[in-house]
Design a protein around this ligand. Sequence first.
Ligand code: UDX
Length: 437
Amino acid sequence: MRISVIGCGYLGAVHAACMAKLGHDVVGIDVDEQKISELSRGRAPFFEPGLENLLQEVQSTGRLRFATEFAAAEGSSVHFICVGTPQKKGENGADLTFVDAATSALLQHLSPGDIVVGKSTVPVGTAGRLVAVVKQAQPEADLLWNPEFLREGHAVSDTLLPDRLVYGVDGGSEDHRSVEVLDQVYASALEAGIPRLITDLPTAELVKTAANSFLATKISFINAMAELCDAAGADVSLLADAIGLDDRIGRKFLNAGIGFGGGCLPKDIRAFMARAGELGADQALTFLREVDAINMRRRTRVVELTRELCGGSLLGQRITVLGAAFKPESDDVRDSPALSIAAQLQLQGADVTVTDPEALANAARRFPELHYEKSTGTALKDADAILLLTEWQEYRDLDPYETAYSVAYKRVLDGRNVLDARKWRAAGWTYRGLGRP
Ligand code: UDX
């Protein structure tokens, strides 16, 4: 099939490459010339495991190209909208500028029979509004919503073999013409037995925000338990193991620590609350305000714990922060709790050095006032305290005995509860976890 993918960020670039991998003829379109130039050379403009190899593999087949002009979408019969929906400045709601701009730029290039497939995370009601926009420009084209559930760091495998496919179609009927077209796009996933659900448009939009809200709630739940464990002298990691064995609860997403960040969870729960308010259903989601508050409290808690760890004052303390990305296997620093903590420590007088295997360039753009160091060894040198804030494997693997030679004081704060506390203490470290005695 001939496919266009509008927006080549974390979502679109991966989607374009994966669609080509599935055998389709794909053009990726983005207004960012730098991004398009890198992608055209087979280079991933951001760090995502497996993406660069995949880009090179599919580009050599001639099935994937990139362009900055919307006219390149002409001739494709399926057009995926994969642009960002960031949080509006100073408000909770989602900024739909890019979705609206992408849809309207596409209109003049639509042919009868084309389908426009929204993948971006949008407030419920957006797709219904865009159906009318598309129909007005091209009455024989359709728009459906097919939310994306990929996780950064696993984006390629999540796109090729997702947990489920959700098709939101106008009216919600299985007989909708575009269902068959989308089935052809996803033929290999469907053959592999991936469940496919057909819904109406608002349900499909809500599936995405509901899923992310549930995940955020799960993380904040365990972080609330960590607060209690701290107060009661209990261990939240063991608590999570024990409750997680009940398969109605499950152990996944019950890792207490510095909380969630990234380009999705935080802004999605806020946009969801804002939209619920517009719909007069704000009471239904007031609990998400608490989920958000628990999450933000983690960051202040870590700053306070670091102060304690340093003997009561942060002034002049050399703090090494291990990890800047919002999670491992990513260079994404959007709303990264690690970076936000690093910046707060610096503001309060500490001398902060941040290291990360992939995210330093992005981090330096966001917080130029922090000091960045590529080498872990150099970053650790003469530290008064080290904070593990993003659980990259190389930080999990640090040896407490070897690390002790680098630092000035053996103080470690394990913001992700991934280190073996007993081993670090045995090596003479003052170890602090979150919600761990
Ligand atoms: C999320 C959803 O998982 C994905 O389905 C959706 O499509 C986009 O949003 P992503 O933002 O890539 O994906 O990251 P995710 O793996 O969900 O992690 C989000 C944040 O939660 C990270 O900062 C991570 O460190 C944190 N987290 C995750 C925890 O603090 N504890 C956990 O137990 C799990």
